[in-house]
Design a protein around this ligand. Structure first.
Ligand code: GRF
Length: 198
């Protein structure tokens, strides 16, 4: 049976669109909703143009009440009964309580070779550390920030003189390639790691 995929975004939605474009033909999944915590996120318009239901849940309207924001997101998800939830450039940290509710059903893409550089500013941190390689990771979401089981990684070489912007630009196409591959496999029950890049 076709699996329903909800996608959470905060920005331009390029990763979201790479997932959406792949969910065709024999793909085991179809998108059921795109939700953004940023009402004017560019990705919402892209999803709507692709014929997908969209919803904005502005975290700012909940002030400091993270729990109320998460309850609203949770209720919106439950309403569309997704089998899988993909975080795709979703820039809010979710509480362990929220993540526990979607344990085993939620994926995230992160722009580093986890377990290196959880959190923000991953490209600059890789440069500052003098790393030879950088990349991106798709992982299952667990209660630990950027810490769940790794389902796929793409690796690139850091060239001399690369800036954080250079690395972001180099890594992004690999994000777009990696996430759809992992989603296909995850939806078919496969948990072995996808490896791309060098
Ligand atoms: C990527 O750098 C991704 O790693 C980060 O957000 C950027 C992509 O945003 N988390 P989007 O998918 O185009 O919204």
């Amino acid at each position: 049976m076709t699996k329903r995929v909800a996608i959470l975004i905060s920005g331009g939605g390029s990763n979201m669109m790479s997932l959406v474009k792949d969910m065709n033909g024999d793909h085991p999944c179809r998108p059921c909703i795109v939700i953004s915590n940023v009402p004017d996120a560019g990705g919402l318009a892209k999803a709507a143009s692709a014929g997908i239901a969209t919803l904005a849940i502005d975290h700012k309207q909940f002030g400091k009440d993270r729990g109320a924001f998460e309850d609203a997101v949770h209720d919106a998800l439950v309403a569309v009964a997704p089998d899988i939830v993909c975080l795709a450039g979703f820039m809010r940290i979710l509480s362990p309580e929220f993540m526990a509710k979607w344990d085993g059903r939620m994926l995230n893409i992160h722009p580093s070779l986890l377990p290196k550089y959880r959190g923000l500013h991953t490209h600059q941190r890789a440069i500052d550390a003098g790393d030879e390689y950088h990349g991106c990771t798709v992982h299952e979401v667990t209660a630990e920030l950027d810490g769940g089981p790794i389902l796929g990684q793409a690796r690139i070489v850091i060239a001399a003189g690369d800036t954080a912007d250079d690395l972001a630009a180099k890594v992004l196409p690999f994000e777009h390639a990696l996430y759809p591959k992992v989603l296909r496999r995850f939806a078919s029950g496969k948990r072995d790691q996808v490896v791309l890049g060098v």
